[in-house]
Every structure is written in C-alpha cells, then in structure tokens.
Design a protein around this ligand. Structure first.
Ligand code: AHR
Length: 326
C-alpha cells in the first residue's frame, strides 16, 4: 500500500495573506540563511507522538533550519507561553500541533500582528478567522472514525444481536477526539444493532487507557462489553492489559479497533489481541519542511493538506509489521 502523501486538491488555495514573514513578500527567501522555526509539540503521550517528534526534528535540521522545539506536556497554557516566546524571539515561522481546538484567537492574533506565519500540523484549531493560520497539514480525523466504524460493521456482518461498545476518547477538546467520535457515531448510528454504552477520555495514554477500561469492566461486568473503540493505539494497548487482568481474552471476548497504526498495535494484532487499527500517519516532517520553505519564500500553499492512510487488520499484521516505519 502506498503510504505517500497527497495534497488535497479540492481545498481552497491560501494566498498566504500577510504571512510571508521575513522571507520577504516579493517571494525571494534569503538564500543560505537558516529559516528559524518555533515548533510547539503537544507532548510525548503516545508512540505516535514520539514518531511525529522524530520526523519533525529530522526534517527541520541544520543547516537549512534553526529549530526551536518546545514540548507542551499536553497543556495548552504551555503552548501559549511557547508561542509568545517564539513571537518575542522573532522567529521566521511558527509551527504547532494544538493540544485542544479552542482558545487560540488571542495568541494567533499576536503572531499575525508580528507578521509571523503560523503553520498547523496534525491538529486543527477552532477560530473565527482562518487567516490566523496559513495551512493545516494532517489527517482527516473524521474519516478515521468512520473507517473504524466501517471495519466494525463489516466484522459484525454475521451477528444479529446487539453490539455494546465502550469508547476510550482522546484528550478532551482535542481535534482528533472530537472528530473521531463524530465520524464513528455517524456510521454506527445508521445501524440499530450498535450502541455506545460507555465513553470516557483516556487522554491518549496507555496508563489512562488501562485505568478507564478497568472502570468500564467494573461498571458493565465481564459480559457487558462486546467491543472497544479506542481513539488511539496506546489506549487500546493499556486496555488490553486491563481486559487480560479481568480474565478475558482481548480480540476474542472483546473485539478492539483503534487508531494510529503504530508498531505496538501491529505487535498486538500479531498476537491476536487487537482486531484492527486505522492508520494515522505521524511522519509529517518532510511535508512540513516543504510548506515552511514555501511560506518563507512567499509562495502560496494549500489551506489544507490531507495525509493518505489505510486500515489494517490482524490478518495482515505479520506481513505488514516489517514494513512499518513507526
Ligand atoms: O493528534 C494525533 C493523535 O495524538 C494520535 O492519534 C495520538 O496517538 C496522539 O496522541
């Protein structure tokens, strides 16, 4: 399967209004001068995030780039502080992956006033004025939720009875949690056999995924859960531990579908404990670097760049595992 990226052609092409930064509005980036990029990362909450950080650092390397990297430890206030510090330092471009969707207007206006273009990677923001950022590079999270639900419907084609689902949500207020939930519900909502009996945040971490799954099992009983939908693989892997500790067989007694497609998920699928994973590609670094070059040089860039992804089942795990890059 081709894991390449594609530019979403159907979306509006941004004219990069007021976003040329120090590269110059005449489209001429200063040659041989490093582009200073302030990058604020969400944190280190998952295998996905670790791969994403590695990809960004590798792509935004010296001598072409002067990267100022900041880890927000999953806190919006830390990201706002980092963004303000990048503005104060007069970086050429700010790139960040927002922890949550809302609450960005003020700081993004400050960046715009300082004529520093902002590139969003991975996650989007909810702002009234979309000229506050140049572009968003990342996955279609709604579609990922739909893909998880479609896999489940297909996997349940021989069952007539009710299918009781528990959902482990990602970080409250984050774009992937909001969108994956919406996409999943949209599809299962069309089939009366399916119902979500419990839904709670596990904050995208293994530890929380385990903790919340333990609570689900306690509340619903050993026989009360048919399926787990986890918004990421790490939470699913944590939940697998909880299911095993409860004396049940993950992948059999409780079917599990999650999102990301990290190596740990492929190993769990190979062991038969996870049924399917929907790919969410974290290797955004090279694409981000190219967007930054374009923005810095004053060239127009698409307003939205969507990453191409697939779905993998446990039947494919052993063959696919050696090909995984994260
Ligand atoms: O924003 C992408 C999500 O964030 C990934 O699915 C998850 O693993 C990460 O923490």
């Amino acid at each position: 399967m081709n894991k390449g990226f594609k530019l979403a052609a159907a979306v509006l092409c941004a004219t990069v209004l007021g976003a040329c930064g120090k590269g110059g509005a005449d489209g001429q980036a200063a040659k041989n001068e490093a582009i200073t990029v302030g990058f604020s990362q969400v944190g280190a909450e998952s295998e996905w995030r670790t791969a994403n950080t590695r990809s960004v650092k590798e792509a935004l390397a010296a001598p072409e780039f002067n990267l100022k990297f900041s880890d927000a430890q999953q806190k919006q206030e830390n990201q706002i502080k980092a963004l303000r510090s990048f503005i104060a330092q007069g970086v050429d471009v700010i790139a960040f992956s927002p922890v949550v969707e809302s609450g960005w207007e003020t700081v993004l206006r400050e960046a715009k006033a300082a004529n520093i273009p902002v590139v969003l990677t991975d996650r989007g923001v909810d702002v009234s004025d979309d000229s506050l950022f140049v572009t968003l590079i990342g996955s279609d999270f709604v579609e990922e939720g739909r893909r998880a639900a479609r896999w489940l419907i297909d996997d349940s084609k021989d069952s007539t009875g009710p299918v009781r689902i528990v959902e482990l949500q990602g970080t409250v207020g984050s774009a992937p949690a909001i969108d994956r939930m919406a996409g999943f519900k949209e599809v299962i909502g069309q089939d009366p056999r399916f119902s979500i009996v419990r839904s709670q945040s596990g904050d995208f971490t293994r530890a929380k995924g385990k903790e919340v799954m333990e609570a689900f099992l306690k509340a619903e009983g050993r026989d009360g859960i048919d399926v787990l939908f986890a918004h990421n693989d790490d939470m699913a892997i944590g939940a697998i531990q909880a299911i095993e500790e409860a004396g049940l067989k993950p992948g059999e007694d409780i079917r599990i579908v999650s999102i990301d497609g990290v190596r740990g998920a492929f190993e769990a699928m190979k062991a038969g404990k996870l049924n399917a994973t929907v790919e969410c590609n974290p290797l955004l670094g090279q694409q981000l670097a190219q967007i930054i070059r374009d923005v810095h040089a004053g060239r127009p860039v698409p307003k939205r760049v969507v990453v191409e992804e697939g779905v993998f089942t446990r039947e494919q795990a052993a063959t696919e595992l050696p090909n995984r890059k994260y």
